[in-house]
Design a protein around this ligand. Sequence first.
Ligand SMILES: C[S@@+](CC[C@H](N)C(=O)[O-])C[C@H]1O[C@@H](n2cnc3c(N)ncnc32)[C@H](O)[C@@H]1O
Length: 281
Amino acid sequence: MERDYVHGYTGRESTRLVDQATTLADILHHDTVYPAGATVLEAGCGVGAQTVILGANSPGARFVSVDVSDDSLGAARERTERAGLRNVSFQRADIFNLAFLPESFDHVFVCFVLEHLPDPVGALTCLGKVLKPGGTLTVIEGDHGSAYFHPDSPYARKAIQCLVDIQAGMGGDSLIGRRLYPLVSEAGFRDVRVSPRMVYVDSSRPHLVEGFTKNTFTAMVEGVRNEALGLGLIDEDSWEKGIRDLYRTAESDGTFIYTFFKCVAFKGLSANKPLRDRAGF
Ligand SMILES: C[S@@+](CC[C@H](N)C(=O)[O-])C[C@H]1O[C@@H](n2cnc3c(N)ncnc32)[C@H](O)[C@@H]1O
């Protein structure tokens, strides 16, 4: 599993995940608050970048955060301890082989994981099994096709396309944001609602220039340099120009725009019953 994950598990990637989560906390998480007493499964918690935000925003809820990577779980444990959170526990677990009892969680949360999985509907179905009837599923994903910027650059677009192609070659889909509605519906959830979360960056928003344009998005594209060149997807000169042009959008006259997609859906109690008002929200 570990070698099949496009972004890898390096220290730089851990830093990037934390930059991403911290910078986007308000945009992505302001409306995720779980009621006191609720038990929440966070699937694919990585280094705990979202976990610390979830745990702090819902201090009365209990989180069980799982991942397949022991190293990431170790980093996540340290991060939550440093944050002083006592409402999170960690376990090594594979989404496709969860050992939890059926219907044992009130809510399930999954962020930036489905994009890496060859069978996202299968993963959602597995997550649905451990969710109580009436409970919510929250899924957050990006979509690299939603990136546009000024100054525009064919080299930058080509570098991004390298990441899209490499991830697709590994069975993932970095354009998955646009597919959340059909995927979650196909997995049997009800009352599926998707909200686009646009990130707009210009130099009047310096924390987004650093935290998003440079340290989240461009760092992510830079991370596949060796694969892109090794596979012959792009020549070295074009790659360097592409990365240079992505950083160029972070200068004083540049802009960068990207859209995340957040989906909230419910596990049905029984056929065709409206569930939205039954989950304690
Ligand atoms: C891009 S990281 C996202 C981590 C975290 N959710 C965040 O947003 O910062 C994707 C994570 O999913 C984990 N993952 C991938 N496949 C998994 C599976 N089948 N079961 C559990 N975790 C998985 C990876 O190990 C990795 O830590």
